[in-house]
Design a protein around this ligand. Structure first.
Ligand SMILES: [Mg+2]
Length: 335
């Protein structure tokens, strides 16, 4: 019992599940037990929030969506046969727990370890796809060198070299630069009206971001978020609302189109994308089997699998690495 529970919680037993999945026979006798134990052990997959948006996002205890369960193993098995696999991941809230100060965000160590393993597999292309500037991603996430960095919701694209982000040049037009200046000024003035309450504005290369996470008065925070959105829209910005943030970009970007571009560029025949926020959900809606969408944390989703937190994402990536490392059948070469 203890052993079963340990296996389920750590995803250790799921390594065996992943292997079974790679062979195309997920859901072997043992994995169901693991799923049941994991469910009884904490129902973590639910993320604590009821979700009636789609059965696939539910994750009720014992339904196989729990870490290490048959559906988890089946999903890994489907990815493990890829001729070329794109592993694209959001950063904050997905690989790193959410924190008040965005400069303090760090991936959970197990996630970094899993990324290192995945980076050593030839047929895997890693990518971080985040709303953050790509330079921040390089500095905070410290992913393996071969990782592609997609920053600012798709506006920036680059690679790592010597731990630094080397970005493809992207020129912002004078008109957009002027608009960004106006938007930043308006949002800063709005934040100043709540001086001391915790609202603040982050400057990004193509966007200004209104943050309310430090505010304790949530009703006032929501009021300010609504005002920030209204101002941003009135000044011609593209809105990307998130958790306690309103991002106003001067470029029409999004993770869905960024992922589609990445998948083509990587010549991938399978893709997995994991994300936790509203902006990720727009991308998750565009992902269908054999690709896999992973929703992290609570909230409505159309994703096939839900994982409770970055630690579970790390477990999933480790199991995926195990299945890929063990070889097994592959999809045929394209054309
Ligand atoms: Mg996130």
């Amino acid at each position: 019992m203890t052993q079963e529970h340990k296996g389920a919680a750590a995803g250790g037993k799921a390594g065996a599940g992943g292997k079974a999945g790679a062979g195309g026979t997920a859901g072997v006798g043992g994995t169901a037990d693991v799923a049941g134990t994991a469910g009884a052990g904490g129902t973590a997959v639910d993320g604590g929030a009821p979700d009636d948006s789609m059965a696939a996002g539910g994750g009720a205890p014992g339904d196989g969506r729990t870490p290490g369960g048959p559906i988890w193993a089946q999903a890994i098995g489907r990815l493990a046969v890829a001729r070329r696999l794109l592993v694209a991941l959001d950063f904050d809230g997905t690989l790193a727990p959410l924190v008040e100060d965005p400069t303090k965000s760090r991936p959970v160590p197990a996630a970094s370890a899993a990324l290192e393993r995945l980076s050593r597999i030839d047929r895997v292309q890693l990518a971080l796809v985040s709303g953050r500037p790509a330079a921040d991603l390089a500095q905070l996430a410290r992913p393996p060198e071969s990782t592609i960095l997609i920053g600012s919701h798709g506006a920036e694209r680059g690679r790592l070299s010597g731990g630094l982000a080397v970005l493809e040049p992207l020129v912002i037009s004078p008109a957009r630069a002027q608009r960004l200046g106006q938007i930043s000024k308006a949002l800063q003035e709005l934040a100043a009206t709540a001086a001391g309450a915790g609202a603040w504005v982050e400057a990004k290369p193509f966007a200004a971001v209104f943050h309310t996470r430090p505010m304790t008065d949530r009703a006032r925070a929501r009021e300010l978020e609504a005002q920030a959105a209204k101002l941003g829209k009135a000044l011609g910005g593209h809105l990307m609302p998130g958790k306690m943030v309103v991002e106003v970009s001067v470029l029409p970007v999004g993770k869905a189109s960024a992922l589609a571009r990445l998948r083509r560029a990587a010549d991938a025949d399978r893709m997995v994308f994991a994300g936790d926020d509203t902006t990720d959900e727009l991308a998750l809606r565009t992902i269908h089997p054999p690709d896999l969408g992973l929703k992290v944390g609570p909230g409505p989703t159309t994703a096939e699998l839900r994982l409770p937190d970055p630690a579970a994402v790390a477990d999933f990536l480790a199991d995926l690495a195990t299945a890929l490392e063990s070889g097994g059948p592959r999809t045929p070469e394209a054309r």
